[in-house]
Design a protein around this ligand. Structure first.
Ligand code: ATP
Ligand code: MG
Length: 222
């Protein structure tokens, strides 16, 4: 069964001066346990689709459906807190929190007690291949690849079913990029998550189970 689907989704950005139809009648059903890559030229609508899937915005037309419920009819704050995680190109870590505190944050939001959150966060950081050495460091004291792994650990802490990543390897060298993709792949294949990665990098798209291509707002399987 599909966990997340686009049903005839369109999205238009409207301002006083112009309207841009960024997504046109996109339909697709995403399954658990798979890695999807969304590729396409700059401006083709990839980030817009990801924002709609993340429940950050609602489609102008059509529906995004998670486990049978359209995002327009659900508690989207809860959806974003518990069911989906978004990973960005710029790691978006909280600069004044240590690596460990960054990963504890979503757990504390969920009401997990500090001691338990700490243990869980430590486990998550270890699962992305980092050690205790980084726990007390602030983001500025970590390399790009390490920051991205902490961002992934933070995304995983709340045990989301869906992981959305927008150019997660964009700032990384080939080796660190491959590392991140391997982590995302094992989340899909071993933890049964649905992983959707927007990428310009064809080497990364090749690692996905399914490649989707966006062109002028339209989405098709590549
Ligand atoms: N806030 C906005 N207001 C108006 N138009 C926007 C806005 N954000 C994006 N657009 C337009 O919508 C279209 C799709 O943008 P989107 O950001 O989804 O593209 P993208 O495929 O992610 O591109 P990139 O690869 O450069 O990140 C583009 O034409 C863009 O100019
Ligand atoms: Mg984009």
């Amino acid at each position: 069964m599909s966990i997340l689907s686009l049903k005839d989704v369109s999205y238009t950005y409207k301002s006083r001066y112009q309207t841009v139809q960024a997504v046109k009648n996109a339909s697709y059903s995403f399954q658990q346990g798979k890695v999807y890559a969304i590729v396409g030229k700059s401006g083709s609508g990839k980030t817009t689709v990801l924002s709609l899937l993340a429940g950050l915005d609602l489609p102008s037309d059509g529906q995004v459906v998670y486990n049978g419920t359209p995002t327009g009819k659900m508690d989207r704050d809860k959806y974003r807190r518990e069911d989906v995680a978004v990973i960005y190109q710029a790691y978006n870590l909280f600069p004044l929190l240590t690596a460990l505190e960054n990963v504890m944050y979503p757990l504390e939001l969920k009401g997990v007690k500090a001691k338990e959150a700490k243990a869980k966060a430590a486990e998550m950081i270890e699962s992305v291949g980092l050690t205790e050495e980084v726990f007390k460091r602030y983001p500025a004291m970590l390399s790009g690849g390490e920051q991205q792994r902490i961002a992934i650990a933070r995304a995983l802490a709340a045990q989301p079913k869906v992981i959305l990543a927008d150019e997660p390897t964009g700032n990384l060298d080939t080796e660190n990029g491959a590392n991140i993709v391997n982590i995302l792949k094992s989340l899909a294949h071993e933890k049964n998550c649905c992983v959707i990665i927007v990428t310009h990098d064809l080497a990364i798209a090749e690692q996905a189970d399914v490649v989707l291509r966006m062109q002028d707002g339209e989405m098709a399987t590549a």
